[in-house]
Write a protein that binds this ligand. Structure first.
Ligand code: ADP
Ligand code: ZN
Ligand code: ZN
Length: 742
């Protein structure tokens, strides 16, 4: 059989201003093994076929013009491609994959040049012994000097602290340090030179010894790495199973090879405790990015990475674009987190971009989670990712909590109209008596716009889509997947009860009710309102960890990242609320939240209890979470996805059209729909819509959405390209803006 011809799309003349088009070249057979995305090639260019340097952005089997018009690549140019060049290639890939402009992609991957005088990395060093610090701490505690309490505690633990991390994460200011410096309690040292990485990473003393499961996971990756094999690994380990220790083992190995590492951690989980774990092990070769850095500080950190002054960058999604010259490993912790998906153009998912970057850099990619996304687990099942599993908690004596499921319908039937079930109330009283701490979790935010029945707990659902209908202000219920629409019923369609209403109670209400029921208890509340202020998030968590309150009430935010050894009871007020979000991922979100929330109880030496209050005690997301059984959840969920044709079984591309002119929008959406159907309906492509987006009118702009489904993402990409062509070429779309997602 004749070997298939391969072609490469090549960016010629790489300057940031001039990369909006690619030229296609043939890959001669002798180069077929050495040409891949990201590599530099020599090509004949223009009439005179002068030799130019180009960068391969993609390799394909189909020629985009007559094959005899396509010239051959002359050679692969040896030598490393610079980081900036890699980033441009990555931007190109993102533009193609996500349908944004090259400019948007470049802005995302390139740090905004915003020079500040580079700051020296300073260290806070204690000049006192542990005993002397203990005396100072006691004094600060008496005077309720919060910042000092934190600083002394941190110094007692570590002896020295990285200045930047400390000010960022502990809210300790220069003004506060000054008098301590004068009193010779601390000294602030300028770090003249970075430490020697190889020597530092060789120093293994004092580390935790991995248990056999952790060891097996780590050595699988390391063996592959040493053999030159690069893959994507999915590390599935229950909360507290020691995933972070496995990451650090891998990081140590890759650093000893002289390479660099990117660690993505959702911002909300990037607590002081986590940061210090990395710092203790890897010293000042670690750098942190977060959204609170100014553009200048951010640029400064990225420059340090480029110059090789740091080897590990920890941060949220955007840390993926750290310009490390020789990246060896990318880790994405809590890979299931929604925050890894960008909601502005380019609408990328960090997992996908990480996979691309890993491929370009010949790096390994490790995804970790206690509750992997269905997408990732599906990939692991199909052998695309290598699955690594940790089954048990790493700390001795640390057991999973006892989970109690309470049926709220029964509470109601027996006359208990309080938000606290009898079981939860009883357990709370007991904890308060024993001076142990309690967390109450209310997953309300973002889920308020549906209608549910207080007697049977059912939300009113779409008869066609099996998602909850969204309540609109005009009093109608609408399905934002298929457009189905009905008036708000007077009684519950399931049980006939008149107690049916848009769902209400939020965290603030819960705080009020808790105060009323437990007047003696100290209560802290954490939600989007109480954390709007800079640093408030850390402040509340610290304060709770320091025992300032008995009860912490909060939204999703409280279930992430933090260890509270004294928390022995977690109450989940209405577990099924998130089940009714109008989104096919609502079951997955619910399972994830319940599992993560349950993981908060009993992390210390005291055993923990979790009370899950729910109207849907038999829903598999609830029962599987109660059993802490991911496999049970996954199998059920996959059946549902298969049945309904949702990802990962089917891929979905959504196209949103918007305009200030409603009539124009409707006309455009209908024509667009007809045209796409005409071109693609025969290829087994499923097109749903156009339907009104939720919300339909946003800032005076009307929005309609189409969902296009197919098993193959390549087909959807093709459709997106045709759509973009339509969008550009037809007069009727002139005033319509298009947004692609998927
Ligand atoms: P995860 O990231 O899976 O939630 P962590 O890595 O944070 O788990 O580990 C949970 C706790 O167990 C931490 O306090 C950690 O120090 C401890 N731990 C992890 N691995 C071990 C081990 N092999 N031996 C003893 N303790 C461990
Ligand atoms: Zn009902
Ligand atoms: Zn529907």
């Amino acid at each position: 059989m004749e070997k298939q011809e391969l072609y490469a799309d090549v960016i010629v003349d790489l300057s940031v201003k001039n990369v909006d088009r690619v030229f296609q070249y043939r890959i001669p057979p002798e180069l077929s093994d050495s040409v891949s995305a990201g590599c530099r090639v020599e090509i004949p260019f223009g009439r005179g076929n002068t030799s130019k340097c180009g960068y391969v952005v993609s390799v394909t089997g189909t020629a985009s013009l007559a094959p005899d018009k396509i010239k051959d690549i002359r050679a692969v140019v040896p030598g490393a491609v610079s980081v900036q060049e890699q980033m441009i290639v990555l931007a190109w890939w993102m533009k193609e994959r996500y349908g944004c402009t090259m400019n948007q992609a470049l802005k995302t991957v390139m740090p905004v040049k915003n020079r500040v005088a580079p700051k020296e990395e300073k260290t806070i060093v204690s000049l006192k012994t542990k005993e002397e610090l203990a005396v100072l701490l006691a004094d600060a505690e008496r005077k309720k000097h919060r910042a000092r309490i934190r600083l002394y505690r941190a110094l007692m633990e570590n002896g020295e602290l990285p200045y930047r991390l400390t000010s960022m994460k502990l809210g300790i200011t220069a003004a506060m340090l000054k008098p301590l410096e004068e009193k010779k309690i601390i000294e602030i040292r300028a770090e003249k030179k970075s430490r020697d990485p190889i020597r530092d990473y060789g120093r293994e003393s004092g580390h935790i010894r991995l248990n056999p499961e952790q060891e097996a996971a780590a050595s699988t990756v390391i063996r592959d790495y040493d053999a030159g094999i690069r893959k994507t690994y999915l590390l599935h380990g229950i909360t507290g199973s020691g995933k972070t220790e496995v990451y650090m083992e891998l990081i140590g190995h890759v650093l000893r090879e002289g390479k660099q590492v990117i660690v993505l951690i959702p911002e909300i989980s990037l607590t002081y405790q986590t940061v210090m774990r990395f710092y203790r092990r890897f010293g000042n070769r670690v750098s942190i990015l977060n959204s609170r850095l100014s553009a200048g500080e951010r640029y400064d950190q990225l420059e340090r990475a480029m110059r090789g002054e740091v080897d590990i960058m920890i941060g949220p999604r955007s840390a993926l674009f750290t310009p490390f010259p020789d990246l060896g490993l990318i880790i994405i912790d809590e890979e299931h987190e929604g925050a890894y998906k960008s909601e502005t153009a380019p609408r990328y998912h960090a997992r996908e971009v990480a996979a691309m970057r890993a491929k370009m850099n010949h790096a390994s990619l490790v995804l970790g989670s206690a509750t992997p996304s269905v997408e990732s687990y599906y990939m692991a099942e199909n052998g695309e990712y290598r699955l690594l599993t940790l089954h048990s908690r790493a700390k001795k004596n640390s057991r999973l909590a006892n989970v109690h499921v309470v049926d709220l319908r029964e509470e109601m039937a027996e006359g208990n109209r309080s938000v606290f079930s009898r079981k939860l109330r009883e357990m709370m009283e007991e904890r308060l008596k024993n001076r142990e701490q309690i967390m109450l979790f209310m997953n309300r935010r973002g889920y308020a716009n549906f209608v549910s029945c207080r007697s049977c707990g059912q939300a009113v659902r779409c008869p066609h889509c099996d998602v909850s209908l969204t309540y609109h202000r005009d009093g109608r219920l609408k399905c934002h997947y298929c457009g189905f629409d009905m008036r708000l019923p007077k009684t519950c369609p399931e049980c006939g009860s008149p107690f049916i209403a848009p769902f209400g109670a939020g965290t603030q209400k819960l705080e009020e009710l808790t105060k009323k029921t437990f007047p003696e208890a100290g209560i802290l509340r954490m939600d989007a309102d109480t954390t709007a202020k800079k640093g408030a998030h850390e402040e509340i968590l610290q304060s709770f960890a320091e025992g300032d309150a008995d009860i912490l009430i909060g939204t999703q935010m409280i279930v992430k990242g933090h260890d509270f050894p004294n928390v022995t009871l977690v109450g989940i007020m209405a577990a099924d609320l998130s089940l009714y979000a109008p989104d096919f991922r609502s079951g997955e979100r619910t399972f994830e939240l319940l599992t993560q929330a349950s993981g908060r109880a009993g992390r210390g030496d005291l055993p923990g209890d979790v009370v899950i209050q729910t109207y849907a005690p038999d829903h598999f997301a609830v029962t599987a979470a109660a059993e802490q059984d991911y496999g049970l959840f996954y199998r059920q969920e996959l059946l549902y996805r298969k049945m309904m044709g949702y990802p990962p079984v089917m891929k979905i591309l959504s196209v949103m059209l918007s305009s200030a002119d409603e009539a124009e929008l409707c006309f455009a959406a209908d024509s667009f729909n007809r045209e796409i159907r005409r071109q693609y309906a025969l290829d087994g492509v499923l097109i749903i819509g156009p339907v009104e987006a939720s919300p339909y009118k946003l800032n005076d702009i009307y929005r309609k959405i189409l969902y296009i489904k197919n098993e193959s993402y390549d087909i959807l990409l093709k459709i997106r390209k045709s759509a973009q062509k339509l969008e550009e070429e037809h007069e009727i779309y002139k005033n319509i803006s298009f947004q692609y997602d998927g």
